[in-house]
Design a protein around this ligand. Sequence first.
Ligand code: EPU
Length: 419
Amino acid sequence: MKALKIQGGKELKGTIRISGAKNSSVALIPAAILSDDVVTICNVPEITDIDALSDILEYLKADVKRASESIVIDPKTSINRPIPTNMAQKLRASYYFMGALLGKYKHVEMSFPGGCSIGARPINLHLKGFEALGAKITQNDNVYIVDAEELKGANIYLDIASVGATINIMLAAVKAKGTTIIDNAAKEPEIVNVATFLNNMGARITGAGTSEIRIKGVDKLNGCFHEVIPDRIEAGTYMIIAALAGNNVKIDNIIPEHLEALTSKLAEIGVPIEMGMDYVIIKKPQSYKPVNIKTLVFPGFPTDLQQPFSVLLTQCNGKSTIEETIYENRFMHVPELEKMGANIKVSGTKATVYGPTKLSGSTVTATDLRAGAAMVCAALIAESGEETIITNAEHILRGYESIVEKLSDIGAKIRIIEI
Ligand code: EPU
């Protein structure tokens, strides 16, 4: 098992360059199998979730070549076969093979996906979308067999603006006969990035980034070249770290419009921020005012930053509140933060953070990816010189490219150890 060993109290200074977005890349790689020719995707982060998806592509006999930040996928040799449960359950995003294989072969067999334990996370809306397109679904234990003689465009209303269901329905509908309309679609930037990729291959998708997406089915998808957008959650995590432990930290290669909910909350706290076209510089605040946050779908405050942000709230002068509206169980990091000295009361999907509290070095666990990011934030501000060991660091490495190198470069004392 891997762990991160971090010494607290170091002032951070310098530049961090943001990698390509995990939650775009994890959809683009399965989507590539829809193409009839070679696709090149650049700015793909080197994280273990990408390795797991590449393994599935290779299992399906697609040719996958990784060259630094790019992945070249040749799906001409690919075949359709059931995806083994252990491969599907390594991560959440394996579910994008459901839409992609259904769209390409009209048949897919795979089990319920894995991923962070932050709530029930059913896939009923994905399946409802596939059924509306004409697929029949059989479930044997945890394995779904999704089969269609023909996929036909349909009007699909999503009860929840789900990121995964929106993308999966786009993947299944892109080669269907006729037009599909997804109503109450999710509007996250990753959805726009995936729609652009499919359009680069010859798909006809309009409205991505709004709540109504229209997909006119096409017969063939060509090869293309595509670039992954910068990771707004990685950027947000480092902005929070900079606000906590930095003095003039530049977060480079970002799309500032994707981070507005976070920047406005940082400003409300009193963190001085200098905005550039594709960067932000976070300066040292005089003091931290308490604030209230509520997680919402884009462009609201992202649930994926709620856990790291809660560490910033432990340093605010007074009572702050958090309302988590996307997941039922995204406070698993709180008992770990309490071990370090935080004072947080959780009640259902709400939490109250009483600050400021000093945090001390401790041995804590990364219970999930963003909980792990929260523990990194906390460890960096632990009392001067005190050491924190974060176990289960594999969770963190699933989503943050070169986190040890990036933080070391700006002055953090952090290393990875085997335990
Ligand atoms: N939901 C349903 N039924 C469905 C689909 C979703 O009830 O069929 C519910 C979920 O249980 C959840 C809510 O709808 O309560 C939102 O889920 P959504 O489908 O939007 O999330 P997701 O596609 O499973 C992606 C990201 C998450 C991120 C969410 C929200 C990937 C692989 N995952 O998950 O990222 O939190 O969108 O923005 O793209 C992370 O990166 O740490 C992470 C968890």
